[in-house]
Design a protein. Structure first.
Length: 116
């Protein structure tokens, strides 16, 4: 059974930093692309970043480029999202995901609130 469990969300002032963690179990990292989406109140869920373990390639939404960094630790089955210079518009529930050709899995989400 695949499980993705996010942690690390919270309240931070604009300009501050947070690191989100995603603990993955029940899947083999090399078979999946993993990353983060987010959903702000009243808005659709949007792509934030992804990482392909096979190629090492990372992708970022334009809105977070230069501020967010995705990384992972295969040995610990962990994915991280380092968020710097946070802005009020980054306020959202952040979801960890894992996707392969056949399946997609989501975590339950962690709330990030950035105050101005």
């Amino acid at each position: 059974q695949v499980q993705l469990v996010e942690s690390g969300g919270g309240l931070v002032q604009a300009g501050g930093s947070l690191t989100l963690s995603c603990a993955a179990s029940g899947l083999t990292f090399s078979s999946y692309t993993m990353g983060w989406f987010r959903q702000a109140p009243g808005k659709e869920r949007e792509f934030v970043t992804s990482i392909s373990w096979n190629s090492g390639r990372t992708y970022y939404a334009d809105s977070v480029k230069g501020r967010f960094t995705i990384s992972g630790d295969n040995a610990k089955n962990m994915v991280y999202l380092q968020m710097n210079n946070l802005k009020p518009e980054d306020t959202a529930v952040y979801y960890c995901y894992a996707i392969s050709r056949l399946r997609a899995y989501w975590g339950q989400g962690t709330q990030v609130t950035v105050s101005s």
